[in-house]
Design a protein around this ligand. Structure first.
Ligand code: FMN
Length: 328
């Protein structure tokens, strides 16, 4: 059944979603997710107490996390019933942002498989509207709220307002398509001050989402600063910045299987260097059960993915969970 659904989705992705312009594919995909009550079907989930884990002391029914991209509450609600052990909402900024103009997302395909490059630019409704939209959302699994700011004050405002509505909070300092957020990794001393402040005031466990483009700074400055501030979770990580002439910004963040080798290396190195002091959420390039297993064996406590959800469909979570139950 799981295999048949996976094969069917491949036909849909290759035959339809890859053949229409990207904005149409997004509208079709998100429209279907909102309309179809897939979260009511047991086929996409696997509930087994052996899969449970914790992040920052919060219990997750399994170690799979939908990575940040969606802010629509209906989509978040659906995703919570599609096999994930936690769902991350899109990074929210203090004020609404229209995002970068079209084209801001293109498909890629390499020998490793299908991926995406985006320069979304944090298209989001802003703090006030997002907060109101979350009010009625039941947390069938933990919700991770993600915040993106350009100053200490931005992060303080965002965490104070949003943390109470989530179970965990993710601090995004790594999206490559807005200069000011990406530039945090170039100012590790200032970032240290943000971590210290948020470590003190966040009412929920915090994670910091790192850029794979800054491995040296991450491991020399940012992770040690996080640990000193009491922030023990890191999400390694975000997309990799590349030139992409088809995008309006001519540059964007690469996601999907081409970034998987770096994700695995980053997890291995971080685990070796920091031992059990950090809880690692490994994100970047997971689109098969084998890749999820490799990251968990390399020392990740949880595995996040977004592009695999698009290219392999909602059945990917169930495929990974079946594998984890078979080979813990
Ligand atoms: C269209 C798009 C929008 C994204 N928006 C966000 C975001 O708002 N915040 C964030 O932390 N990551 C964002 N990401 C990055 C993903 O959460 C994830 O870290 C990245 O895509 C690598 O994982 P993947 O290869 O499984 O997609 C976005 C990715 C894509 C493709």
């Amino acid at each position: 059944m799981t295999r048949a659904l996976a094969a069917l989705y491949r036909l849909l992705y290759d035959g339809v979603l890859c053949r229409v312009p990207e904005p149409t594919a997004i509208a079709l995909g998100q429209g279907a997710l909102k309309l179809l009550p897939l979260d009511r079907l047991g086929a996409f989930r696997l509930e087994d107490p052996r899969l449970a884990t914790t992040l920052g002391g919060v219990r997750l029914p399994n170690p799979l996390i939908l990575a940040a991209q969606y802010y629509d509450p209906t989509i978040l609600r659906r995703a919570m019933g599609l096999g994930f052990g936690a769902v991350t909402a899109k990074s929210i900024t203090v004020n609404p942002r229209p995002g970068h103009p079209q084209p801001n997302l293109v498909r890629t395909r390499s020998a490793a498989g299908p991926g995406l490059v985006n320069c979304n630019g944090f298209q989001n409704p802003g703090l006030t509207a997002f907060r109101a939209s979350l009010a009625g959302l039941a947390h069938r699994v933990p919700l991770i709220v993600s915040v993106a700011g350009e100053s200490v004050q931005d992060y303080v405002t965002l965490v104070q307002a949003l943390a109470p509505l989530g179970d965990l909070v993710e601090m995004n300092v790594s999206s490559p398509n807005t200069k000011l957020v990406y530039a945090w990794s170039e100012r590790p001393q200032e970032l240290r001050a943000v971590l210290e402040t948020l470590g003190r005031l966040s009412p929920r466990p915090l994670s910091v989402k790192l850029s794979p483009d800054f491995a040296e700074v991450n491991e020399r400055d940012i992770i040690p600063a996080a640990l000193e501030a009491g922030v023990r979770m890191i999400n390694y990580g975000n997309t990799r910045r590349i030139d992409e002439p088809r995008l309006s910004q001519r540059t964007g963040g690469l996601s999907g299987p081409d970034i998987f080798p770096a994700t695995l290396e980053n997890v291995r190195r971080t685990r070796k260097r920091f031992g059990d002091a950090v809880e690692i959420i490994a994100t970047g390039g997971v689109d098969t059960p084998d890749k999820a297993v490799a990251l968990l064996r390399a020392g990740a406590r949880a595995v996040g993915y977004f592009t695999g959800f698009i290219t392999r469909g909602p059945i990917l979570a169930r495929r990974i969970l079946e594998r984890l139950v078979r080979e813990p």
